[in-house]
Design a protein around this ligand. Structure first.
Ligand code: ATP
Length: 363
């Protein structure tokens, strides 16, 4: 087992610093859950409260249905992997993995079998008899994961475990981690401020801002179906383009109008939009949901192409709409260059509309 439930979990530090505001969350057995948000939004604090390293101000933490809010950390059976691997330098990797198992009074045979199994899982078999200072950053991190897996905790907590690694190792280690987690089947809570890391690792992502949970969903949901302008801006590179537009309710739907363009909106939320007749809303379109159209096709605006940034598989095209910089992403093989007159279309079902005041999604 390894389910976690947080109920109205709150943390206030000294001097009334509210780090976490009533977090409610259920984590399923075997799930890979990522806490994502900018620096200081309370991710680590949530993690530390689950581990028992931080006192809870209000609310409850449950592990497998049992209230562990006030249980000593060592009785929680939680494995942790941090940014700095915290391996004992005077021991070999084998000894590092074996040590906690000895404390658990595993027989020697079981310890050796466990070491073989986790070393294979994390591909560190060749390094078992080395010390930590004889390994690369990626190997150290895999060894730290191996030690955590060997301990067979009910859940893993990982706080930015890849952030000390350089970009290339970080990317390959990301895949390794996901594969290891799938093999071990251990419920995992992973903290990061890197949206690409969150999207690639998570079964579900919890997006946080200033101590509050803004959205919980699969990577596809938090990317394509954002609850809040903050999320549409924070997740995805380049970020979502935003435009102010006035709503005009018409017979067969709504029009979104500003001085640069007019868009017919017939989407899913047309009924809710009617309450905004004659008011301004914010229209959000992701760069890849803007398309290069032919003149004959329906485009919502035609203008001169700005700089083009080829990225291999795709190109980023920069345009200016009313002095506002807008980015769109097209296939790498599209022939387009700075100065060309381009006609821009959009994928109708991918438009997101937000309340201008609350910045929340209009649904
Ligand atoms: P980062 O990505 O930078 O690690 P985070 O999202 O993990 O950030 P936390 O470390 O949980 O954020 O911090 C949340 C808030 O609580 C921040 O405003 C931080 O300054 C504050 N905070 C954290 N620890 C303490 C502490 N021991 N005493 C007082 N305030 C704290």
């Amino acid at each position: 087992m390894g389910t976690v439930k947080l109920v109205d979990l709150k943390k206030v530090y000294d001097k009334n610093v509210v780090a976490v505001e009533k977090a409610n969350l259920e984590i399923a057995e075997g799930e890979f859950l990522v806490l994502l948000g900018p620096s200081g939004c309370g991710k680590t604090t949530i993690m530390r409260m689950i581990a028992g390293l931080e006192e809870v101000t209000e609310g409850k933490v449950y592990l497998d249905g049992k209230d562990i809010t006030n249980l000593e950390p060592r009785h929680r059976n939680i494995g942790m992997v941090f940014q700095r691997y915290a391996m004992w330098p005077h021991m070999t990797i084998r000894e590092n993995i074996a040590f906690p198992l000895k404390l658990k009074k595993y027989p020697k045979k079981k310890i050796n079998e466990t070491i073989d199994r986790v070393a294979k899982m994390t591909a560190i078999e060749p390094y078992l008899d080395r010390h930590i200072n004889q390994l690369s950053g990626g190997q150290c991190q895999r060894a730290a994961v191996a030690r955590a897996v060997a301990y067979e905790p009910k859940i893993f907590l990982m706080d930015e475990p890849l952030s000390a690694l350089d970009a290339k190792i970080r990317e390959s280690m990301r895949t390794d981690l996901k594969e290891i987690q799938r093999k071990s089947g251990t419920t995992t809570i992973f903290v990061t401020h890197d949206q690409a890391e969150a999207l690639s690792l998570a079964d579900r992502i919890v997006v946080m801002k200033m101590g509050e949970i803004m959205q919980i969903g699969t990577p596809e949901e938090v990317y394509d179906d954002c609850e809040h302008m903050f999320i549409a801006d924070f997740i995805g590179t380049p970020p979502t383009n935003f435009f102010d537009a006035k709503v005009k309710v018409s017979k067969n739907g709504c029009k979104l109008i500003n001085e640069d363009f007019k868009i017919e909106y017939t989407g899913k939320y047309v009924e809710s939009l009617k309450a905004y007749d004659d008011k301004e809303v914010v229209l959000g379109i992701r760069p890849e949901n803007m398309t290069l159209a032919t003149e004959a096709e329906k485009s919502f605006i035609s203008l001169k192409c700005g700089v083009v940034e080829p990225q291999g598989a795709f190109k980023v095209i920069v345009i200016y709409i009313n002095n506002k910089k807008v980015k769109m992403v097209v296939n790498g093989d599209r022939k387009v260059k700075q100065g060309d007159l381009i006609h821009i279309g959009y994928k109708k079902n991918k438009i997101m509309l937000f309340d201008k005041e609350t910045q929340k999604r209009i649904r």
